[in-house]
Design a protein around this ligand. Structure first.
Ligand code: BDP
Length: 665
């Protein structure tokens, strides 16, 4: 492989397994993958992967009808240790693969004291990454749209990458975190990328070949207007028989090339992408047409609910971008085919560091839903800032739209479309630009597998694997430092950027990096904060505002409706309030802005200092140290810039000084 960092699979992580005697039973591609993994690990650490009678680790699948293991589903497994033998029984080959990586994660713990049978099965069947990769470099968006890790690992110079080994290594990392599906091109499908569906299927098949041994199915983003743009038809009307036939034929050819192809991802009628509205059809008509084309082949359609008018008039306060997805999709509940997954961004606007959970996820009980998160840090510091996102995702997955009486979001999506994350990976040596951003990719897979895992525990797993050294594992000082830097880094980021859920305030000119408080205020994108001399925030109440709050089931709609009950962290998302409004926390809005901006920037200084102590103790590889150090310098600079601009702006608007008399520029 071309010098890529081993991420959470360094050789040292295989010490426990590779120094034991093990046996794998079963057949099939995924079992062969595990067999090879064991062989490699044993060759390095002196164990044996062909032990039969005296194995200390046995991996086997039991697919006999009626066996308890088949209840685990194809990806589940049980693990137990008895009389000095660790036994893993899987419901199928994929269970052996995931079980194997689970044992790697446990390390010595898997071979210590006996333990009774534990059952592991993924909470979500679909655990998918969407790559926003362009095959050809796009003149504005570059090669990877919102990519902060170099070029694409799939495409280079308009062609398939020559480094397929890297693709395979990626599949391996993903399998070890639990991901089982990948879409290989941008949701904004430009002309070159549209052809992946037709004359460039060999390229897609080559990627599928690399990812298949790790249990990953490949998907494609498709252009809804493909019958016109690449098919030569005059229409893409989903009810037109010629159009339907075109999609049926195109889909059949995809499966000739890739028999286990996963399906399509579609961004339609959104930010300039074509869609069914052009023909007076609904999104159910559009999605179902594609579902019908895929039906003979068992593929699915990920139809994105990110549909809104990006040409709004900022003078018109009757429109509200936050309402759009629910307005479009809730009325369509029950009209989608079973193989359609409506893919919903976790918040109603656009991957902001803090948004309420999208009400669409509570509005479509008769539709398969997936929740979409952004692993790539477009709005959370672009992999120049440390921002560990698992706490944010965990809050989303744990949100109960019907309060205690009903399901959490994790359960809403579990049986349907599961979890989708926009990948943060590129051809960068550390995969993710910022080496610590690898933890976000890892945590995504782990949460999709088990949404009840604690973010700090996931981080601990990631540290244990990634920084494994000799037999003693990870130095305690390093472990402590990484927790100190990362555990609360999302809240720190939130503190020094836009306050109390108001969102945006990022620079349009600089592709959403850095502060620009009024940058979007008078533009057409529907992302306003309405700050004036008296107050700030967007009134989304039903009584006096846009009515967005009423899109939630009760009692949340009531909770959000009134500033008296709305949670502080979302106050400005739901209400326009005076700067002197007193939060539940006891401080005024303006004082909260000052306090969080001072303390957030201070914490970034502390992050940088604790990282510097790592160098003195020589605890990580020099390149990795340097890369993180350079990014922390930038994070300090940027956090101070945010602090100073935000505080100055609101001091000037409100005229209210900081109660603590700190210097505001
Ligand atoms: C926005 C990004 C844009 C994406 C869009 C999407 O800025 O590049 O195309 O989301 O999700 O956040 O389609």
């Amino acid at each position: 492989m071309t010098g890529a960092h081993a991420a959470w699979l360094p050789a040292a992580a295989f010490r426990a397994i590779g120094s034991r005697r093990s046996a794998v039973h079963g057949r099939g591609l995924l079992v062969e993958t595990v067999r090879q993994e064991l062989r490699d690990a044993c060759a390095r650490f002196g164990g044996s992967s062909e032990a039969d009678d005296d194995a200390e680790l046995v991996l086997t699948s039991d697919t006999r009808p009626g066996s308890p293991a088949t209840d685990l589903g194809p990806e589940g497994f049980t693990l137990a240790r008895q009389d000095g033998v660790t036994v893993l029984v899987a419901g199928g080959p994929a269970g052996i693969l995931y079980g194997f990586f689970h044992v790697v994660r446990l390390g010595e713990e898997a071979f210590g004291a006996d333990f009774p049978v534990q059952t592991h099965r993924p909470a979500m069947r679909r655990r998918m990454l969407d790559h926003w990769d362009n095959v050809a470099v796009h003149e504005v968006m570059g090669q990877v749209e919102r990519g902060y890790s170099g070029g694409s690992i799939f495409w280079s110079d308009g062609a398939l990458t020559k480094d397929l080994e890297r693709v395979r290594a990626y599949g391996r990392l993903l399998a070890a975190s639990g991901v089982n599906a990948v879409s290989v091109n941008n949701v904004n499908v430009h002309a070159t990328e549209a052809r992946l569906l037709t004359d460039r299927l060999d390229d897609v098949a080559a990627l599928a070949d690399e990812l298949r041994p790790y249990g990953i199915r490949v998907h494609l983003s498709v252009d809804f207007a493909a019958p016109v743009s690449v098919g030569g038809l005059r229409s893409a009307d989903p009810l037109d028989p010629a159009v339907r036939q075109w999609w049926a034929g195109a889909s059949a050819r995809v499966y000739e090339h890739i028999p286990d192809f996963g399906g399509y991802v579609v961004k339609a009628d959104s930010e300039g992408q074509p869609g069914p509205f052009a023909y007076g059809r609904s999104h159910a008509d559009g999605a179902n047409m594609l579902a019908d084309a895929l039906a003979p082949h068992d593929g699915v359609v990920h139809w994105r609910a990110f549909v809104y008018n990006h040409r709004q008039d900022w003078r018109d306060r009757s429109t509200d971008r936050a309402r759009a997805a629910h307005d479009h999709f809730a009325p369509l509940d029950g009209q989608f085919r079973d193989s359609v997954i409506v893919q919903v961004k976790y918040g109603p606007i656009d991957f902001q560091p803090r948004e309420p959970v999208s009400p669409v996820l509570a509005a479509m009980p008769n539709t398969r839903l997936a929740v979409e998160v952004q692993i790539t840090q477009e709005y959370t510091g672009q992999q120049r800032h440390v921002c560990y996102l698992a706490p944010l995702w965990r809050e989303v997955l744990g949100f109960r739209p019907w309060r205690a009486a009903g399901a959490a979001i994790a359960e809403v999506v579990a049986g349907g479309g599961g979890m989708v994350g926009v990948s943060n990976v590129g051809d960068d040596r550390f995969w993710t630009g910022h080496p610590l951003a690898q933890a976000n990719l890892y945590a995504f897979g782990r949460l999709a597998w088990n949404p009840s895992l604690e973010p700090a525990a996931i981080l601990d797993e990631w540290i244990g694997l990634t920084f494994a050294r000799g037999a003693d594992g990870v130095p305690e000082q390093l472990r402590r430092t990484l927790h100190a830097i990362m555990d609360d880094s999302w809240r720190t980021y939130e503190d020094y950027t836009a306050p109390l859920g108001v969102g945006f305030m990022v620079s349009p000119a600089n592709h959403h990096y850095g502060p620009d408080i009024d940058g979007y205020e008078y533009s057409a994108w529907g992302t306003y904060h309405f700050a004036d001399r008296d107050g700030i925030g967007v009134d989304r109440s039903l009584a006096t505002g846009t009515g967005y709050a009423a899109q939630y089931p009760r009692p949340w709609s009531d909770t959000f409706e009134s500033p008296a009950t709305c949670p502080d962290e979302l106050l400005l998302f739901f209400h326009h309030v005076p700067y002197i409004h007193v939060l539940h926390s006891g401080v005024t809005v303006i004082q909260h802005i000052y306090d969080t901006h001072f303390s957030g920037a201070e914490r970034v200084h502390a992050m940088r200092s604790s990282w510097q102590e790592i160098e003195q103790a020589d605890l990580v590889d020099g390149d990795l140290y340097a890369r993180v150090a350079e990014r922390l310098d930038e994070q300090v600079r940027s956090a101070e810039e945010w602090r100073d601009q935000m505080n100055a702006y609101f001091f000037r608007k409100s005229g209210i000084p900081d109660a603590q008399g700190r210097r505001i520029y």
